[in-house]
Design a protein around this ligand. Structure first.
Ligand code: ATP
Length: 473
């Protein structure tokens, strides 16, 4: 411990003038070891007092049995430990959730603060460059608070003066590895303070089976799957447009089908119509009887269907003008969701230039003016480059499933999304692990949310068709 003392660096400081060989060495005063030891003991005692003041309950729980033993003998001390412990075990068995909320997660947070974060804080901060070691002194960001839940540790950090969120976001990978976590998300708590989220396990690592069809007719938000904190995820479709980008086999189909599944009762009630454009003929054709006449696969038919949607939009806009500013779905004016699978087939890979321009113009019109009159677009595509999808920025809500390159993440979700933890290029290509997993960035929140869509199997689609065929007349 005493091999290197604070101040030893000074010994190695050397300065020279640029044009002479003169070397200046500072005079070094040796501090007697006893003074150094006293300083260290003083620091240890201060740290101990600080810990006692910061954690009075934990300290009492540790110290009280020894005090009882000394004053009243060991049988009383053993009773004083076993009675509360068995009560806690009883509570943990009888009321798992309340025990976890009031005791379990707090104990885990206390332990992980000491054992993981405090222990590794100094080396991780220095090596990542977020802290500085200058002339024997450490200048480190302050670890303010650690909280745990069933999924992740959340750490509140006070940044060093002059640091920016980007400094931390750029080092999210380093922080994750430094503290032994699979990932790290950086979010702003308030000026000067950040919350770092370190997941401890991945609740999305195994596929989810299809969400039951809702009992009641609702236009959304539609339950799609689960977030990584274990809560159910509901996607808003009415009043927005959604772009889903992902490499081949990333599970775009499960997002499209989970949405359709959640809207079936509303379709039956006449409050929703789904208009399906399926240029690949591989995805939506499977549930064709659900869409009635609002299904197109041939590019020319797709363009006609889109033009029809534009006409409905313009007719509604004329009728609603001056009367209402937002759409309320009714059987007379249902919410129309235009679902386009592999939109690039129509906007980029379409050989007929005129048709391509017509389709792009119709999609641009719908995405800029459709949402207030009850027309939404949900489009899926594999390649998110601007040349392929010139109108990608017209979609307020975006979802990035597995992508091949890290640059594609910001192309889909917008600037800074990957820095904020949307590691869509790290999603596993193994379908059981990664298909259907994606990062959602909503227009209302800059922080991407990691979600897995439930898998709607062929058998589920067949059952949906058997029960709901004809709802899309
Ligand atoms: N949510 C999911 N959970 C688990 N597995 C899934 C999920 N979604 C899809 N899969 C699996 O991944 C495979 C590919 O899915 P899917 O065809 O939907 O991908 P895609 O992105 O539409 O691909 P492409 O663009 O090539 O059509 C499916 O056959 C299925 O086995």
């Amino acid at each position: 411990m005493l091999r290197k003392l604070p101040g030893d660096e000074v010994r190695t400081l050397v300065s020279t003038t640029p044009d002479t060989a003169v070397v200046f060495r500072p005079a070094v005063m040796q501090t007697p070891a006893v003074i150094t030891i006293l300083v260290m003991v003083g620091r240890f005692i201060t740290g101990l007092i600080r810990t006692i003041v910061a954690h009075p309950i934990a300290t009492t729980a540790l110290v009280a049995p020894s005090v009882i033993w000394i004053r009243y003998g060991w049988p009383v001390a053993v009773a004083a430990v076993t009675v509360p412990c068995s009560m806690l075990v009883g509570w943990a068995v009888a009321g798992r959730e309340s025990f976890a909320r009031w005791v379990g997660w707090r104990l885990l947070a206390f332990w992980r603060r000491l054992w993981v974060y405090r222990r590794h804080w100094q080396p991780v901060m220095i090596i990542t460059g977020l802290g500085r070691h200058i002339r024997g002194r450490d200048y480190l960001p302050r670890l303010v608070r650690v909280t745990c839940d069933g999924w992740a540790d959340r750490i509140t950090v006070k940044m060093l003066a002059g640091q920016a969120v980007k400094d931390w976001a750029d080092r999210a990978d380093h922080l994750a590895h430094g503290f032994g976590a699979p990932a790290c998300r950086v979010a702003i708590a308030r000026a000067g303070r950040l919350v770092l989220t370190f997941p401890r396990r991945d609740p999305l690592a195994s596929p989810l089976s299809a969400v039951p069809i809702p009992e009641t007719a609702s236009v959304g938000p539609v339950e799609i799957g689960r977030c990584e904190d274990g809560t159910t995820y509901k996607l808003k479709v009415h009043g927005t447009h959604v772009l889903i980008a992902g490499a081949t086999g990333s599970g775009k189909g499960s997002w499209l089908w989970s949405t359709i599944r959640g809207l079936l009762p509303a379709m039956r009630a006449g409050l929703v119509q789904i208009w399906a454009l399926d240029p690949k003929r591989m995805e939506l054709s499977f549930g064709r009887p659900l869409f009635g006449s609002h299904y197109a696969a041939d590019p020319k038919e797709c363009a006609d269907l889109l033009d029809e949607a534009v006409k409905v939009m313009q007719e509604r806009a004329g009728r609603f003008a001056g009367l209402q500013r937002s759409h309320v779905p009714t059987t007379a004016d249902p919410f129309i969701l235009v679902i386009v699978d592999e939109v690039a087939f129509l906007t980029a890979y379409q050989a007929d230039k005129q048709l391509r321009q017509r389709i792009t113009a119709a999609l641009a019109t719908l995405t800029t003016q459709g949402r207030t009159v009850g027309i939404g677009v949900m489009a899926a595509l594999q390649d998110p480059r601007k040349e392929v999808m010139t109108i990608r920025n017209l979609f307020p809500d975006k979802i990035a499933l597995r992508l091949d390159e890290s640059e594609q993440v910001d192309m889909v979700l917008g600037d800074g999304a990957r820095d904020r933890g949307a590691l869509a290029d790290h999603i596993s290509p193994v379908p059981e692990l990664g298909a259907g997993v994606g990062y959602v960035r909503l227009e209302t929140s800059p922080d991407p949310v990691r979600v897995r869509a439930a898998y709607v199997s062929d058998a589920d689609i067949r059952a949906m068709v058997a029960e709901f065929a004809g709802v899309g007349r």
